[in-house]
Design a protein around this ligand. Structure first.
Ligand SMILES: Nc1ncnc2c1ncn2[C@@H]1O[C@H](COP(=O)(O)OP(=O)(O)OP(=O)(O)O)[C@@H](O)[C@H]1O
Length: 259
């Protein structure tokens, strides 16, 4: 596989909810090490698109192709269920808006991280514990607290723990849905820096949904702008933010629209 070949491709992708449009006609490609931000106001279809790209939901139109480690493109919807589930464990990571949705709250911090390692084949208890401690330190959680469960953690710590849980198994592709909203502004800034550092260091491909253009500017290489379920503009992050072409994007960027 060469760097020119995309890791993930969406072709004519769409999903309806009865008569309501979730998203329609989305074409995109995501390459290794690339961060793609999906922006748009509430209800524009961002989460629906992320659900389709990650294989969590089946499309009602089009398809999502994923380039597997041996280089072959596979249609997520046509994969046998067991294979898709395995792929989601080994190759994909998810960071949800609410840490509580991505963590097991009654399981220790170390357990939350170690569980992901076990799901990808790690078996040696000592090695799992050491790796979990190491990864907790990377997300700035004191490994001395690894036996505590996340209910005793602050919001920012919980989100950092969710990030550790998602990344410890070295996925190739990470899906993030508003990973910093709902946190204090100062906590958000620190978390964004951490995400940026980890994504860069691990060479991850990321599809991140955000209504916050500052998040997109900080993290993304490319941006797609959605409105009423469709992609209305896409391009390099700086291009879209500094020289938006679509009138709607111009309004978004000038903050006339409140997300
Ligand atoms: N489970 C569902 N059942 C019915 N309609 C849905 C469902 N999920 C989303 N929709 C509709 O699909 C459209 C797109 O919603 P989606 O959640 O993808 O937007 P979004 O851009 O992620 O919004 P937000 O920023 O508020 O999360 C909206 O009109 C929404 O009402």
């Amino acid at each position: 596989m060469t760097a020119d070949e995309p890791l993930l491709v969406a072709e004519g992708l769409g999903r309806d909810y009865g008569a309501r449009i979730g998203c329609r006609g989305v074409d995109l490609a995501l390459h290794e090490g690339e961060v793609l931000a999906i922006v748009g106001e509430s209800g524009s279809g961002k989460s629906t698109l992320l659900g389709l790209l990650s294989g969590a939901h089946a499309p009602s139109a089009g398809r999502v192709l994923y380039r597997r480690r041996h280089g072959v493109l596979a249609d997520l919807a046509l994969m046998p269920e067991a294979e898709r589930r395995l792929l989601m464990r080994t190759d994909f990571g998810f960071v949800r808006q609410r840490a509580e949705d991505g963590l097991r709250m009654a399981v220790s911090a170390g357990g939350n991280v170690g569980e992901r390692l076990m799901a990808t084949g790690w078996r040696n208890y000592g090695a799992i514990r050491a790796e979990a401690a190491d990864f907790l330190a990377r997300v700035e959680i004191d490994p001395a607290r690894m036996d505590e469960d996340p209910r005793s953690f602050s919001g920012g710590m919980r989100q950092r723990l969710q990030i550790a849980r998602s990344l410890v198994s070295r996925p190739r592709l990470v899906f993030m849905d508003e990973p910093t909203s709902g946190l204090d502004v100062s906590v958000q800034a620190r978390l964004l820096d951490l995400i940026r550092a980890l994504v860069e260091e691990m060479g991850l491909a990321v599809a991140i949904v955000t209504h916050d253009l500052a998040v997109a500017r900080l993290l993304a290489h490319r941006i797609i702008v959605m409105r009423h379920g469709r992609v209305i503009e896409e391009g390099l992050a700086d291009q879209v933010l500094d020289d938006p072409q679509a009138p709607y994007t111009q309004l978004l960027v000038s903050s006339v629209l409140t997300p």
